[in-house]
Ligand binder design. Sequence first.
Ligand code: FAD
Length: 440
Amino acid sequence: SPLDKSSSILIVGGGTWGCSTALHLARRGYTKVTVLEAYPIPSPISAGNDVNKIVEQGAFSEGEDEAAVALALLHAANQAWTGDPVFRPYYHETGLIMAASSSQAIDEIEQREIRHLDPSSYERLQSAEDFRKTMPEGVLTGSFPGWKGYYKSTGAGWVHARKALVAAYTEAKRLGVTFITGSPDGAVESLLYSEGGDDVLGAKTADGKEHYADRTLLAAGASSPQFLDFENQLRATAWTLGHIAMTEDESRLYKNLPVLFNIESGFFMEPDEDKHELKICDEHPGYCNWLQQPGDKFPQSVPMAKHSIPMASEKRIRAFLSDIMPQLADRPLCFARLCWCVDTPNRAFLITYHPRYPSLVVATGDSGHGFMHIPTIGGFIADCLEKKLEPRFAHSWRWRPETATQFWGDDKLNRFGAGNKVLDLKETETEGWAEIGSSG
Ligand code: FAD
């Protein structure tokens, strides 16, 4: 049956995209929206539960059509970060430095990012001195071996991710969305199917309750493949981050810094304002956790929550710091975690009605660049629910198992770092996990 404002809509997953969708549906006047989320929001396993995320300009998907959609989407996000009062407080337009060392990775930055920009909007960085000058004296003291880059001082920066996620949740709740959170009440165990198995009618939670709805939206991030056969279109992939404690003086010096991102080694943003911790991500094509189940055609990467990172990742974080801020390179990690996203074979999102279950919509396949869209993605997902998504978006985000007929788990998807290959969490069996002190 067609949707109207009193149709019931059940959202599985109250993470980045689930909360954004709840907010947009409530703003459109839907009165029966329910979100099932396994944890109190912000969920500790949400990829969006983080002190910061980059808001940038690049078009990550392959192919000109996909790139055009990605650019239109970026434009919408940039408008909303400065225009939507729910999100505006968390946007910091500090600028962004994109860097690399190999000519291949520099080419990637130019393809993905620079060619879409007005040449007067960025500056080329050619020497260590050029890089050091982008921040106050005493911050970047390293030798930047072989680094080349581009500095864009406006129209990009970072957002306080956790606060933006909580803001979307709070506003959606204020507008009447029902949130059922925590386990067992909000923890979804399975989707509910119609008697003939030809439709999805809702979801069942760990307390045994069956939640029925006119539409079910699966937005469980890296956990989505747990609930539905995605026909090899999704790969759960984890990134690794560590925090180090900064003194108050250091935090003051490190305020309002541009984001620094070397696509072959790592990135950082200024320390968070509440705990004075500096987050560093080491950049790589991602870690997978492969499991081969009997009956599965290909091995599946299965998310595994962990508040530590492989030792090898800690070493890369220290190597990154040695190159740029050697004064911090030996400081202990006070927090670290694996952060799970889910890739598609071309890094375009997967937001569509399911081809065989007419009441099921999937909104997943964030491909590691989904946070910056939190102000707007829920509007596109609501358009999809209402069957009025613009055709070129619908095409880019379609159900497309024909793109995943082979095993693509080892495809680095144009990412760099850590030897330029997809990493296997099983490697950590030999090298071990980083030791993490208590978070200040
Ligand atoms: P999530 O936010 O992970 O939401 C999924 C939700 O489903 C979670 O809340 C989870 O608790 C819930 N769930 C799981 N299982 C169940 C269940 N059984 N029942 C109910 N609920 C369940 N993006 C950017 O745009 N810019 C960046 O700079 C950036 N940096 C990143 C850095 C790192 C280290 C990582 C890991 C990601 C980064 N991303 C960035 C990507 C971004 O975080 C993700 O694309 C985005 O958060 C994905 O949103 P989602 O809603 O699909 O998933």
